[in-house]
Write a protein that binds this ligand. Structure first.
Ligand code: R5P
Length: 282
């Protein structure tokens, strides 16, 4: 098996290859003078793992091109972060179902696909090939334990993240709860207080994605207002749009952790283990 990646997932792909004794195939990226993306892949052999996070439109096009360059091999597609997955419904007339459009395009020429913590597993039905989601929650629980976190309250900012938070907390038997979130716009949310006891507690808010950081900053304000001793944040996908990381730290969030599904300075846990396990088990 060879592993090949887009520019956006080079470190995770190297970890995957290293952990499994697979070879990492070479690939070079550039652009045509008009701005169009170009790439040239090395030899990938008969079986190849194509790894690429869909963080933006360039990342998507680069991944489509890479899959095409690997045609002829048996391709397993790894999507550490599947962007466009949050537009998983036509919320109003005239909108695309972006998750369906992207999954359809990425299914072409591949045998199966693995997605790390897809926003909603229902999106997997849009792939035309067998598609699986893998959860980093247990790894995040283990990581938090390793930081010396002493009996924190693990909190999901909304009920959609409640199961994820339970899986993080469950590793260590920690308390877990969730808040009630209403999204007002793509950058603004309102969060209703719940009768949870955050007073004098170290709280870790966990979520699949930190995008603008609006959800977390609002939750952190609420928790400090309720007397929390500290508020930290741990997510799978650190999108950090529009200066979100700095916004969170300046809002009093003590630590912000994410994985290498999007490669960041605060990527402190890796998805390589769960991807390796998923590939060998499915
Ligand atoms: C939404 O349901 C997700 O789980 C995240 O809560 C959301 O994507 C975070 O977005 P933002 O950081 O922009 O508030």
């Amino acid at each position: 098996m060879k592993v090949i990646s887009t520019e956006y997932s080079q470190i995770l792909a190297s970890r995957l290859a290293g952990a499994n004794g697979w070879d990492l195939a070479d690939v070079r990226f550039s652009r045509f003078p008009d701005g169009e993306l170009y790439l040239k892949a090395g030899e990938v052999g008969k079986e190849v793992l194509v790894v690429g996070s869909v963080t933006d439109s360039d990342a998507l096009v680069q991944l489509i091109l890479l899959i095409d360059a690997c045609q002829g091999a048996d391709i397993t597609l790894v999507l550490p972060y599947l962007g466009y997955a949050r537009q998983d419904k036509q919320f109003s007339a005239g909108e695309p179902l972006s998750a369906r459009a992207v999954a359809g395009v990425l299914s072409r020429g591949v045998s199966r696909a693995f997605v790390v913590n897809v926003h909603d597993p229902a999106v997997l039905r849009f792939f035309d090939v067998p598609a699986y989601t893998l959860s980093l929650a247990p790894d995040i629980g283990a990581f938090l334990k390793g930081t010396g976190c002493d009996d924190p309250l693990i909190l999901a900012p909304d009920d959609g993240a409640a199961r994820f938070a339970s899986a993080v907390a469950g590793v260590n038997g920690w308390d877990v709860d969730h808040l009630e979130k209403t999204r007002l716009s793509s950058e603004e949310v309102s969060i209703s207080p719940k009768n949870l006891c955050a007073e004098d507690r170290d709280v870790v808010i966990v979520d699949d994605i930190i995008s603008t950081g609006g959800t977390l900053a609002t939750a952190a304000r609420l928790l400090y207002g309720q007397g929390a001793r500290s508020v930290s944040a741990a997510c799978v996908h650190g999108v950090f749009a529009g200066g979100a990381y700095a916004h969170l730290i300046s809002s009093g969030v003590r630590q912000v952790y994410c994985s290498d599904t999007i490669e960041r300075g605060c990527s402190v846990y890796s998805a390589a283990g769960i991807i390796s396990d998923g590939i060998t088990q499915c």
